[in-house]
Design a binder for this molecule. Structure first.
Ligand SMILES: Cc1cc2nc3c(=O)[nH]c(=O)nc-3n(C[C@H](O)[C@H](O)[C@H](O)COP(=O)(O)OP(=O)(O)OC[C@H]3O[C@@H](n4cnc5c(N)ncnc54)[C@H](O)[C@@H]3O)c2cc1C
Ligand SMILES: *[C@@H]1O[C@H](CO)[C@@H](O)[C@H](O)[C@H]1NC(C)=O
Ligand SMILES: *[C@@H]1O[C@H](CO)[C@@H](O)[C@H](O)[C@H]1NC(C)=O
Ligand SMILES: *[C@@H]1O[C@H](CO)[C@@H](O)[C@H](O)[C@H]1NC(C)=O
Ligand SMILES: *[C@@H]1O[C@H](CO)[C@@H](O)[C@H](O)[C@H]1NC(C)=O
Ligand SMILES: CC(=O)N[C@H]1CO[C@H](CO)[C@@H](O)[C@@H]1O
Length: 423
């Protein structure tokens, strides 16, 4: 049976699903709606790791992605004078596990562009911008023999689909329809906030990412992605629940908050705060994990994908990989069960859940130690980094860890095999 599928969200997960589904040429009719008026290319650097790399290799998008990689060579930890305490270089040999810098670093906007370009002109794929889902109901399976989802859109229009996929990211609004009434957001808060913005690149900004940990649970990244721009990341570890509302304030209020918290941070902060005033690329959010007991509805016609279902949070470096691998598995299961959507969704969850459990592993005790409150804690940390790097502990750890995170194997799907062999 040919499905009429509605995907909500044109980030990474939504377009990836459309891509995998349509490459199998099974004839599914796919509509992607995005609540913003155009494709959102904002965001800083993301990376593909572990099983995500395997899926990219199978997808036929490897060349497009490789043409846009950011040439980050590794990570150096610096003190307030900019003196390097230790470095961990990227391993670009194509073998073994990735270190802090993956071999596949790419700007989020470039990846979004690649996926959009690969799908926008395909037969059976349609994008609609500036529109979102107002509400939807799943019709009863028992009556009709096959369930349907009736969707009401923000512009008042209505349409019925066989399957609704929520790929609306961390802050998805329609996710709650499978939660009990009045349930709170399914967030695991880790007490960390982050702001990303761009500043003009200067001659001393090289291709090694700098990480600067300072007191007050603060950390700064500086990394350059092209000849003219440098990305700055501010991290703030703070458990105060009132901070959860910062990212919902207007941009000027957000900028003022971050400037205020980092004014005395030292290192190159003065330059970063100057750039913050005028940057057009500013994005700030609370670092959370999304934890859902189930990813699909009882009716078997509504399913969550990517950050909406299982955001692992940027600290794990696995958000983009999770979205990409999840889209591949969901497409594979839909193609494998052409007459049974409910079974496809169940198998998707059963197959992917063990992988998601692995990518969501996050040790908050270790995080607390890594982002100390006091200057003394920072000094101890820098001492540890110097020793660990001198003893080559990170290199050895990378060598010992497995390429496939958690040993989870990317499943093979008959219908997704044809184009993987092209590469
Ligand atoms: C603007 C932006 C910037 C980001 N920057 C970074 C970054 O710098 N570093 C990083 O690690 N991760 C970043 N992320 C998150 C990263 O893209 C995801 O962790 C990961 O790629 C998973 O992708 P996703 O498709 O599940 O979610 P997302 O990439 O978040 O995409 C979700 C999409 O759905 C749209 N959407 C949301 N709700 C609705 C709705 N109701 N109807 C229709 N559309 C809806 C959103 O506008 C968005 O385009 C960013 C996300 C966004 C949206
Ligand atoms: C990269 O990883 C491979 C496999 O673990 C290892 O043999 C090689 O020495 C590593 N290279 C560097 C530069 O660390
Ligand atoms: C949800 O909250 C509203 C308002 O607080 C309350 O009236 C309602 O009874 C609650 N419903 C359930 C199912 O708890
Ligand atoms: C650098 O990247 C920014 C977006 O991050 C882009 O606007 C700009 O054109 C790029 N510059 C060059 C020289 O590629
Ligand atoms: C978390 O990290 C701390 C400090 O490094 C360590 O003692 C503890 O065993 C870790 N916990 C888990 C579950 O790995
Ligand atoms: C290595 C280093 O500088 N220490 C830590 C700084 O804080 C981040 C926050 O998570 C850690 O990941 C780093 O290990």
């Amino acid at each position: 049976m040919v499905f009429k599928i509605l995907i909500s969200g044109a980030g990474i997960a939504g377009p990836s699903l459309a891509y995998f589904l349509s490459l199998a040429k099974a004839g599914h009719q796919i509509t992607i709606i995005e609540r913003f008026p155009a494709i959102r290319k904002t965001g800083a650097q993301v990376d593909l790791r572990a099983q995500g790399i395997e899926v990219v290799k199978r997808s036929g998008l490897l060349d497009a992605i490789c043409s846009k990689l950011v040439p980050e060579e590794g990570v150096s930890f610096v003190n307030s004078k900019g003196v390097v305490q230790g470095s961990i270089l990227a391993n670009k040999s194509g073998q073994g596990a990735q270190s802090l810098t993956s071999e596949y670093e790419i700007m989020r906007g470039d990846l979004v562009d690649i996926l959009y370009d690969a799908t926008r002109r395909l037969d059976g794929v349609k994008y609609i911008f500036g529109k979102e889902i107002e509400s939807f109901t799943e019709e009863d399976d028992a009556i009709e023999g096959k369930g349907k989802v009736a969707v009401v859109f923000s512009d008042g229009s209505m349409e019925t689909f066989d399957l609704l996929v929520d790929a609306g990211g961390q802050g998805s609004r329609i996710r709650r329809s499978i939660l009990p009434p009045n349930a709170t957001d399914p967030y695991r808060r880790v007490g960390l906030h982050v702001a990303y913005f761009f500043v003009p690149r200067i001659a001393s900004d090289d291709n090694l990412r700098r990480v600067y940990n300072c007191s007050g649970g603060r950390m700064i990244f500086r990394r350059s992605h092209n000849a003219t721009e440098t990305q700055v990341y501010f991290f703030l570890r703070n458990d105060d629940p009132r901070l959860s509302s910062i990212s919902k304030a207007d941009i000027e209020t957000q900028k003022a908050f971050w400037a205020d918290r980092f004014r005395d941070a030292g290192w190159e902060t003065a330059r970063f705060l100057e750039g913050l005033k005028t940057t057009e690329d500013f994005y700030c959010h609370e670092v959370v994990q999304v934890k859902m007991d189930a990813w699909s509805s009882n009716g078997g016609r509504f399913v969550l994908l990517g950050d909406a279902a299982y955001c692992p949070c940027p600290l794990t470096g696995m958000g983009t990989t999770g979205a990409f691998v999840g889209a591949y598995v969901l497409a594979g299961e839909i193609l494998r069960h052409p007459n049974d959507a409910r079974m496809a969704l169940r198998n998707y969850e059963k197959t992917l859940r063990p992988f998601v459990d692995v990518i969501q592993e996050l040790n908050t005790t270790a995080l607390r130690l890594a982002m100390p409150e006091s200057q003394w804690g920072v000094n101890v940390l820098h001492f540890l980094i110097r020793w660990l790097c001198w003893l080559k502990v990170p290199d050895i750890a990378a060598r010992l860890s497995r390429t496939e995170k958690g040993g989870w194997k990317v499943p093979e799907y008959e219908d997704l095999r044809g184009f993987s062999s092209q590469h």
